[in-house]
Design a binder for this molecule. Structure first.
Ligand SMILES: [Zn+2]
Ligand SMILES: [Zn+2]
Length: 159
């Protein structure tokens, strides 16, 4: 089987194993440095893969979820707390999946940084990827990386 002959299934899950999922065909992937991702993970950054919702499903267990903003919900294991997914009701056809929860996280590589306006000063990654002060390529409509003030209505973090 070659990479082009079949969909490449990716599997992952939470720390304790009560939640397992499968995922296909990530659209893109990036690091998010927003405060909501930092606080909800307890880590300095979250790496997310964006998928079509039909390309992501839980195969074992059902997540709890938390409304982290007016439009965003974060899905996590009720037993061990691992954050697995993020959904925004403004983009109902998309789901973000926490790359580090994959069994093989190296399979999806982040391609940009968003919300570096709240990047923690002591934390950085060694790369030359594009860096967006606020929302990045997933935003609707697309914004200019270096001038988010062109659309002042979009000031919400990765909700
Ligand atoms: Zn768990
Ligand atoms: Zn975020």
């Amino acid at each position: 089987m070659t990479a082009s002959s079949a969909r490449q299934v990716m599997v992952g899950g939470c720390l304790c194993g009560q939640l397992r999922y499968e995922a296909f065909d990530p659209i893109d992937a990036g690091y998010c440095h927003c405060r909501l991702c930092q606080r909800s993970s307890g880590g300095p950054v979250l790496a997310w893969a964006t998928l079509s919702t039909e390309c992501f499903s839980y195969t074992t267990g059902r997540p709890e979820s938390f409304a982290s903003s007016s439009s965003g919900r974060r899905e996590f294991c009720a037993n061990c707390g691992t954050q697995i997914a993020f959904r925004d009701e403004r983009t109902p056809d998309r789901v973000d999946v926490n790359i580090a929860s994959l069994d093989d996280p190296a399979r999806v590589e982040p391609k940009y940084h968003i919300w570096v306006s709240s990047q923690i000063s002591w934390f950085d990654t060694r790369d030359d990827l594009p860096r967006y002060a606020e929302d990045g390529p997933d935003s609707q409509p697309p914004e200019q990386p270096t001038d988010p003030s062109r659309d002042p209505s979009r000031k919400q973090p990765h909700e």
